[in-house]
Design a protein around this ligand. Structure first.
Ligand code: ADP
Ligand code: MG
Length: 579
């Protein structure tokens, strides 16, 4: 609940709107409260005395007031909806902005599906709660207080009936809230799960098909779906009891008012008009309380959703810019140095990297090789500071990456991740992602070096060809080459290729490497590779084994000194190739 109100700090721009909604709701309630008194007058002074003119006059007045009430209600709800939608927009932007600053560490912690539901479903819940708070709640509060006062002034004796019934109603509402609220917490989690299943299925559709797991996945979805449905059904079971119970109480009140009221009319202590007015007030109070019940149910949902949204907003990204960022002043350009670096993932028992020390220089190619899971990707992810090291230092041109702004650091790096990621947009857009102001020539040049120009030109619209979501209409090798072109167009000081040539055939691989050499002559090139053949000529080869450096040197040196390297080499190359 606290979090909901924290989020409401974002409502500042809507202050006038909110005040408007409150005032209009108040006017609407006043109008509604006026009606029973008017009716009481019509009965007592018009019907009983037979004064037709009075009935017409008061009746017309009643219609006018009722109409005004409806108008106020409409305007109030318009303002409330506007406010709630505005709040939703602000919150969605905030969450999105904030998540953009997460390091991979925080992404791993939350998981993608819950971040998705938090920006969509949860914020919708907050919007709903806001609408309820701004209209229904006030309406119910004003009405119950006002009607109670007026009922009391109509006949203090009959008010005793309400003193008996209202506590019962309150009790029912509390019991229902206690039963229902936890169920809605559950619903939120179950919706997370549905999102997860759907997401995995959409991104993994090829695997699902290839392994004939459609039925299995259907079942998985059906289960998640059934869970939510069942929870909702349980909620509705409770609500199904609530409504008739409330109706019964309403009827009990009506009968009691008629019973005791007519007795008091018999003794001449009360006239018919006030009794009817009293009955109306009693009904208004009860209906207001039923509306409050809905609020008691919606508000905790909004509160639960707020907790989840706040959890995102309050997560301080592990990686943030130092308050006193340094600038690179060294004469070196793009030198990367690891100084006794140890790093472990959350929940990993053993460090993924331990005591890594090496240097990569400008104008040289540094290769990293090792079996899968040896920590190659982890190592290169530390250069753009995707993760924070446990101990030791990663330095770029002599400055600790933690002392540089992330913007500055990353502008120096052309990073090609192991899995090529493309965005919806044209081929040119995707390459230009690396350098916003790249000219067409620069883009074509980058594509040519990346050996992508050839296949791009055979595409229907060339560089203007739209890529469907994530580049689904491209082969793995084509995607890799576009990702490489994206890094090349930046002309960075440091190139990082994380196994980026794995989906290329030998011929393209060789051509690309040859073209790259010319392109990256002055830069620091760090290549993660599986194939020994493609890194044999590197200036420096770092052999990783279970997160530790097993050897550093040229191919020749390593062949002479490093067992792990020799093993890799012998497993891949035949004797002639080695000779
Ligand atoms: P490589 O790229 O050499 O195949 P990685 O650097 O991807 O290896 O992985 C090194 C080790 O770290 C592996 O044991 C892997 O299970 C673990 N690992 C990789 N990514 C994560 C992650 N996001 N969370 C936890 N452990 C991870
Ligand atoms: Mg890897």
């Amino acid at each position: 609940m606290r979090n909901l109100f924290k989020l409401y700090r974002n409502l500042k721009p809507f202050i006038l709107m909110i005040l408007g909604a409150i005032v209009l709701t108040f006017l609407q309630v006043m109008a509604n409260l006026e009606l029973p008194t008017l009716m009481s007058n019509i009965v007592d002074k018009g019907i009983i005395t037979g004064d037709i003119a009075y009935i017409w006059k008061e009746g017309g007045y009643m219609l006018l007031i009722a109409g005004g009430g409806v108008l106020c209600a409409i305007l109030a709800s318009l303002m409330a909806v506007r406010t709630a939608m505005g709040l939703g927009k602000i919150l969605r932007n905030k969450v999105f902005d904030h998540v953009e600053h997460f390091s991979l560490h925080e992404f791993n912690k939350f998981g993608a599906s819950t971040l998705l539901t938090r920006t969509t479903n949860d914020i919708t819940q907050i919007q709903m709660s806001t609408i309820w708070l701004l209209t229904m709640t006030e309406n119910a509060l004003f009405t119950s207080v006002g009607a109670l006062i007026l009922a009391h002034s109509a006949d203090p004796q009959l008010t005793r009936i309400l003193y008996v019934v209202l506590p019962i109603v309150a009790l029912v509402i509390v019991i229902v809230s206690i039963l229902v609220v936890p169920l809605f917490g559950l619903v939120q989690k179950q919706i997370d799960k549905i999102t997860r299943v759907v997401r995995e299925n959409i991104t993994g559709i090829r695997v699902v098909r290839a392994f004939n797991r459609i039925d299995h996945e259907k079942e998985r979805f059906a289960r998640a779906n059934a869970d939510v449905t069942n929870t909702y059904i349980r909620v509705n079971h409770i609500m199904a009891v609530l409504m008739p119970l409330m109706m019964m109480l309403l009827n009990v009140v009506t009968v009691a008012v008629l019973w005791f009221g007519s007795k008091r009319i018999d003794t001449g202590n009360l006239s018919i008009g006030p009794m009817l007015a009293f009955m109306q007030y009693a009904l208004q109070i009860l209906i207001a309380l039923v509306m409050l019940t809905v609020l008691f149910i919606q508000l905790p949902r909004g509160a639960a959703a707020s907790d989840r949204v706040m959890a995102v907003l309050e997560t301080v990204p592990e990686i943030s810019d130092s308050s006193d960022p340094k600038h690179i002043v060294a004469m070196t350009r793009g030198q990367v140095r690891f100084d006794d670096v140890t790093f472990s993932y959350d929940g990993g028992e053993e460090p993924a990297l331990s005591n890594i020390t090496f240097e990569a220089h400008a104008g040289e190619t540094t290769a990293i090789i090792g079996s899968t899971g040896s920590g190659k990707s982890t190592l290169v992810n530390l250069i753009p500071r995707f993760y924070e090291v446990d101990s030791g230092k990663v330095l770029v041109d002599g400055v600790d990456v933690r002392d540089l702004t992330q913007q500055d650091l990353r502008s120096r790096i052309g990073f090609v991740p192991q899995k090529a990621i493309l965005f919806t947009g044209t081929v040119a857009d995707n390459i230009r992602y690396g350098k916003e102001d790249a000219t067409d020539e620069e883009i074509v040049h980058a594509a040519t070096v990346a050996q992508a120009a050839e296949f791009i030109e055979t595409m229907p619209d060339g560089y203007a060809t739209m890529l469907s979501e994530g580049g689904l209409n491209l082969s793995g090798g084509q995607k890799q080459r576009l990702a490489i072109a994206r890094a090349l167009v930046r002309r960075p000081e440091i190139y990082v290729f994380d196994d980026s040539f794995s989906a290329l055939d030998f011929k393209t691989d060789a051509k690309l490497r040859a073209a790259l050499r010319g392109e990256t002559r002055d830069a620091t090139v760090i290549i993660v590779a599986q194939r020994v053949g493609s890194i044999m000529n590197a200036d420096r080869i770092i052999v990783l084994n279970e997160g530790k450096v097993a050897g550093i040197g040229t191919h020749k040196e390593l062949m002479a000194t490093c067992d792990v390297y020799r093993e890799i080499v012998y497993s891949q190359l035949s004797e002639e190739e080695l000779a």
